[in-house]
Ligand binder design. Structure first.
Ligand SMILES: *Cc1c(COP(=O)(O)O)cnc(C)c1O
Length: 365
């Protein structure tokens, strides 16, 4: 047997949403009848501009992609008025989280993240031999006071998901900035903003404007959620020029494929698509929340494109999960996030949300 260090064998495998093809195979429902509300994907699909752009460059797939992602970085730089030397691209924002961890962590270092926070933080912490320190949440939300009290001289990295997945909670700008100002400069604070595009304008992150003041923050963004490119795998990080230069040494030379780069460039230009996605999401959040209210099901009000809702106990949650699944609606159990009584549903198109509500309502247990 190959000997594997315990920090690796201790890692709990990441559990993603069940793929449509797998459910079709297992339940025997045609793929076209299955509604996947399990991975916070954009129900509108890929922006038409991005689709067109990928089709036009299909034959370029035989060449290596631009390892520096020059044009995509230019587009991000232009859109947010940030120096392109502050930008690093990733194979999904998961890649950014992992590169950040590999860049700053040595075995035995401590990494702080919240209870009920995104599962990838623990994976990248453990895979680097570091120790995860879990800050207890308050009302399912990150409690930054708890983060501060857990900082030691071994702390090297802090992960904050804002909004958080799977709870959908949001930390106010001022509270977050005040927190960052109290974290020692030697500790990297990763602000994971995968759902920022879904926020209303007055709630959107302004963390790019903090970069001049704080050299120890890294803002992570994704094209997988509102931009609808989950299958292409592309995201980016924005931080100090020095940090980004070091992170670039750690990443794989061609970590973002050509089609992802091309699609991301066009997606960034398609404001109409993002506005439409946001509007549909806001309507869906209202529809689903109202249904929960009507059914007296407790839920966590969400700033993302998903809602987690609470059932009596874990057994009941799994019965609802299977009832929905057997009717072709895939949602996500979140016991591995310390929320065994909960399920998480992603917001879909209106018809998809209505199917979810229908099967939620007729579950007899
Ligand atoms: C979905 C998600 C991501 C994005 O992952 P990608 O690798 O960009 O697909 C990052 N952080 C959180 C909290 C998420 O929920």
């Amino acid at each position: 047997m190959v000997v594997v260090p315990s920090n690796i064998s201790d890692i709990e495998p990441y559990q993603g949403g069940k793929p449509i093809k797998e459910v079709a195979r297992e339940i025997g429902i045609p793929e076209s009848k299955i509604i996947k509300l399990a991975s916070n994907e954009n129900p509108l699909g890929i922006s038409p501009l991005a689709q067109e752009a990928i089709k036009n460059v299909l034959e370029e797939g035989s060449r290596y992609p631009d390892g520096n992602g020059y044009y995509l970085k230019q587009e991000i730089s232009k859109k947010f008025s940030i120096d392109s030397n502050r930008i690093i691209l990733g194979n999904g924002s998961n890649d950014i989280l992992e590169i950040a961890a590999r860049t700053v962590l040595s075995p035995g270092d401590e990494v702080i993240y919240s209870e009920h926070a995104f599962a990838v933080y623990e994976i990248v912490t453990k895979s680097n031999g570091a120790v995860g320190i879990v800050a207890p949440a308050k009302d399912y939300c990150h409690n930054l006071q708890n983060f501060l009290s857990l900082i030691t001289n071994k702390t090297k990295l802090i992960f904050i998901a804002n909004p958080n997945n799977p709870t959908g909670t949001l930390i106010e700008r001022l509270t977050l900035k005040n927190f960052i100002s109290q974290v020692p400069e030697s500790i990297l604070v990763v602000l994971d903003e995968a759902y920022d595009e879904y926020l209303d304008d007055d709630l959107k992150s302004v963390a790019f404007s903090w970069l001049a003041e704080y050299k120890n923050i890294l803002i992570s963004r994704s094209f997988s959620k509102a931009y609808g490119l989950a299958g292409l795998r592309v995201g980016y990080g924005v931080g100090s020029i020095n940090l980004v230069e070091l992170m670039n040494r750690v990443r794989q030379p061609f970590n973002v494929n050509h089609f992802a780069q091309v699609a991301a460039i066009e997606s960034l230009k398609d404001n109409e698509f993002i506005e439409k996605s946001r509007a549909i999401n806001n309507q869906g959040l209202k529809l689903i929340s109202n249904a929960f209210k009507g059914l007296s099901i407790e839920y966590i009000p969400s700033y993302g494109n998903f809602i987690s809702f609470k059932l009596q106990d874990e057994k009941c949650a799994m019965m609802y999960y299977h009832h929905l699944l057997n009717n072709g609606v895939i949602v996500r159990p979140i016991a591995n996030y310390g929320l065994p009584n909960f399920l998480r549903v992603s917001v879909g198109l209106e018809s998809e949300n209505n199917s979810f509500i229908k099967y939620l309502s007729n579950c007899n247990i």
